[in-house]
Design a protein around this ligand. Sequence first.
Ligand code: FAD
Ligand code: SF4
Ligand code: SF4
Length: 554
Amino acid sequence: MPHVITQSCCNDASCTAVCPVDCIHPTMDEPRYATAESLYIDPDACIDCGACVEHCPVDAIVADDRLSPDQQRFQQINASYFTAYPTVARSTPVSPVPSAENLSGIRIGVVGTGPAGMYTALELLNHRGVDIELYDRSVTPYGLLRTGVAPDHPDTKAMANLFDPALRKRNVSLHLGVAVGSDVSTDELLAHHSAVVFATGAATSRRTNIPGSELAGVHSATRFVGWYNGGVDEASASFDLSGQRVVIIGNGNVAIDVARILLSDPAHLARTDITDHALEALRSSSIREVVLLGRRGPAQASYTTPEFLALLNRSDFNVVIDPDEAAPDDLSRHQIVNDPVAAFKVQLAQEVAGRRPSGAARRLVFRYLTSPVRYSGTGAVAAVHVSRNTLASGHDGVVQAISGPEAEVIDTSLVLEAIGYRGTEVPGLPFDPHRGVIPNRNGRVLSDAEGDPVPGAYVVGWSKRGPLGVIGSNKRCARETVSCLLDDIGAGVVTAAPERAELVALLARRRPDAVGYDGWSRIDSAERSAGDRTGRPRLKLTDVDELRRAAAAL
Ligand SMILES: Cc1cc2nc3c(=O)[nH]c(=O)nc-3n(C[C@H](O)[C@H](O)[C@H](O)COP(=O)(O)OP(=O)(O)OC[C@H]3O[C@@H](n4cnc5c(N)ncnc54)[C@H](O)[C@@H]3O)c2cc1C
Ligand code: SF4
Ligand code: SF4
């Protein structure tokens, strides 16, 4: 009866260290970890001890005799990893866990309280004597864990329980509602800390900028996600849900999240922490079909297998794929021979293409080998003009889509572009506009891509490596950055910080209304109480003034 890793795995690898027979892979130290969709348990090696279960922060590990019908396929997914990579041995750690050190007198600022900032704080807390100041421009902590991760993924949202104890530590101070680069400058922050770790994420969207992008009804998926997920900047946004069809550009996990929210039975969403304004709008939505446009084939689809799999047994909508588009071309057939994940994606797409649809009134249509060429309409979008693509192998061996001429027109009144995220510049800090990241070497900020380290400045998470990887990927990333920071402390490059009183006075002058841990606790309680009254985990406040009032309430 081996155990099995299922859908909500976020790759934080907490389970690998506790497995007595080393049968969970890839570990953080293995090269395949960087691109793994999730971790997997070797069914032939697992001794069923259950030790990993309680260490999983998202309840992703299940004994195989307790798998629900929807989870059965994960047995095959776990096993096929070890069929493809049968002798996976632990290699030398890329970023070994540093031994505990005495960091008395060292004060580290961490800018951003998303997963990367929080993992950084947790790594630092392994050492004695360090003081940590956590800053976020938002009045609520946890970055995309609160405003990105979909409301119907409560297991993943529960990662906040892992981070919350760090905020309560005596040597950790929280400063919410403080924007670094405007409320306090980067130089001021560097002057008042031994070092500052920037964990500012990648908050803006990449856009197609094709003709017609300026039409009403063409939005970034980022804006839509913020709207349903409690982003204060998107609370007043509105989306026209009166048409029958939405077209989403892109087929990554964010595109899938957005499609699922658009098509879900509102009664199901009403048990989540989706915002009230989004729930009301979705209750009166006329949307019957969401079309996802992917530029390559199923073998190269951007979504992860677990997220795709979770769509297949829904009673509120059907997943539809054209059999011709599910069939792999020659290049894909060659690719899947050595790539079990790509092979499984093709297998699943073909299974879906061959299925009879259920009686559900709504449809989620996956299109492959298609790219938008332009949007048309008078004032507002009315159609997406689409090209048919072929695949070719690029110089780097990556399979690329080659756009053909315009081949098809899809009528729609709402387009959501979900083609990726992008970091933004923190004033006063170097920025690589091409990659949308803060230039760095293993987490040490550089003056430019090939330049020298900027004294005292470090970076972690999506602002370090771009918008890649899931929540747990930031743990390894934080370990690498903190390891550089510790080396620099050991080498005397990073030294004790000046008196804290000066920092406190500066912050009090610039943001007297900053929200600390007590304020956040009051917001949290207010949201949970409001949720309790309506049978939901929480009712998110989405207005900054309202949030500040809740933080100040006694
Ligand atoms: C829509 C969406 C859904 C996702 N769903 C999942 C999922 O289900 N499971 C999963 O494992 N992963 C998911 N991810 C990925 C996951 O959210 C990321 O891996 C993770 O959030 C990246 O962490 P980060 O800390 O680098 O960035 P963020 O989470 O973006 O945090 C950055 C923080 O920095 C703050 N900040 C930025 N600039 C400043 C400044 N100048 N001053 C002060 N503060 C600043 C921001 O307010 C924010 O709080 C999802 C991502 C998206 C976009
Ligand atoms: S149940 Fe025990 S042996 Fe199996 S993967 Fe978990 S820790 Fe390892
Ligand atoms: S979420 Fe973490 S602990 Fe849970 S299965 Fe995935 S890697 Fe292991």
